[in-house]
Write a protein that binds this ligand. Structure first.
Ligand code: KG4
Ligand code: ZN
Length: 348
């Protein structure tokens, strides 16, 4: 199964060619992403109509780049003959941005007479775990016996979900954020600390030299008897702390900013990790997935790894490579191929 995939749900324009020879066997043959960070940075967040404008400008460029790089590998037949289907992110996302990608993908599908596959963006993030190097043929993960039940923590700018998978398609939502997503909380905290957009990577950078125990921020819903999350109160706690510090004529910069960033990050990570650990234990999960833009956070990756590996029996942990945590078209291609392979299986 060979798919050309398009991603335009937020502020990254992506195109990729993904080949899948089985549900657990995916190879990225070409992938290109154009980031819009510079366009949105002056506004401190993503402006939907600017995102759509940038996508329509960038889509032909990233698609050409992807197809050129694919052509170098695929000698002989024309690209349009080799590709089986065109996939695009259908939802969730910013409506004007999604529409741009849909129209582009639909045009290619008409032109090349290929099926058009709408993909759910969160499922794209979820199935990006199949890009973990552990799924390379030489590493020999035995999916049917070693993966399920699987607990997945999907943390991005728009979503925070804890999922349980009994197999590759049987998904159950265990819990989700009741207000801000984890990435959104990082971005808002970044703004409060005077850091550039997007706040997530900036908070992580600042936190490296900060003391995580300096400020005692709340751990919202940590003790709740469910798998839901809430981050807006934590952001408010940071707001009042910065206000109080400013009233005492302290400038939010240098070591003080690093300590605030480290303490805030520690609170988010503790809640995410503890809820995931609870789900692993309750459902006797054999493996754990961490995916989405916030999965790029090294401190979160480290903490989840340390805590997961300390459990007995020890579950496996799968995290997509760094470049496939944030929005990209490769994960949309993987998800489209999973859908198609599952459809084929049901029909046969
Ligand atoms: O998955 P993604 O690219 O887009 C959505 O689907 O929302 O995630 C983007 C989010 C942003 O909120 C960004 O601040 C956050 O991921 N993020 C991070 C880090 N890198 C990106 N958050 C914390 N630490 C990071 N290193
Ligand atoms: Zn995303």
């Amino acid at each position: 199964m060979l798919t050309l995939s398009i991603e335009t749900s937020c502020d990254e324009t992506g195109a990729a060619v993904v080949q899948s020879t089985g549900l657990f066997s995916h190879r990225i043959l070409a992938n290109a992403t154009a980031s819009q960070i510079k366009t949105h940075a002056p506004y401190g967040g993503v402006v939907p109509h600017l995102a759509a404008r940038e996508h329509s400008k960038n889509l032909p460029v990233v698609t050409k780049k992807t197809l050129t790089s694919f052509r170098e590998r695929a000698s002989g037949q024309s690209i349009s003959k080799k590709i089986n289907q065109i996939a695009y992110t259908a939802q969730p996302g910013l409506p004007p941005a999604l529409l741009t990608g849909k129209m582009f993908a639909a045009t290619l599908s008409l032109l090349w007479q290929k099926p058009l596959v709408p993909v759910n963006h969160i499922e794209g993030h979820l199935y990006s775990f199949l890009l973990d190097p552990a799924f390379r043929p030489s590493c020999g993960v035995r999916p049917r016996t070693e993966l399920f039940p699987l607990v997945a923590l999907i943390v991005s700018g728009g979503h925070t979900q804890l999922l349980l998978l009994k197999d590759i398609q049987a998904k159950k939502l265990l819990g989700q954020t009741l207000d801000d997503a984890a990435g959104e909380a990082f971005d808002k905290a970044g703004r409060l600390l005077g850091l550039p957009y997007p706040g997530g990577p900036e908070i992580e950078k600042a936190a490296r030299t900060g003391k995580a125990h300096k400020f005692a921020f709340p751990r919202p819903l940590l003790q709740s008897n469910d798998y839901n999350f809430s981050f807006s109160g934590l952001k408010t706690a940071l707001f009042y702390k910065t206000k109080e510090l400013k009233q005492r004529n302290q400038k939010i910069q240098g070591q003080l900013r690093a300590d605030l960033a480290a303490s805030f990050q520690a609170a988010v990570i503790e809640v995410l990790t503890q809820k995931t650990l609870k789900a692993i234990q309750e459902y006797s999960a054999k493996s754990v997935v961490l995916a989405g833009g916030v999965a790029a956070n090294q401190a979160l990756r480290r903490e989840l790894k340390n805590k997961t590996y300390a459990l007995k029996p020890k579950p496996s942990l799968f995290i997509p490579p760094f470049e496939f945590c944030q929005d990209n078209a490769a994960m949309i291609g993987v998800a489209a191929n999973v859908y198609s392979l599952l459809n084929k299986r049901t029909r046969s």
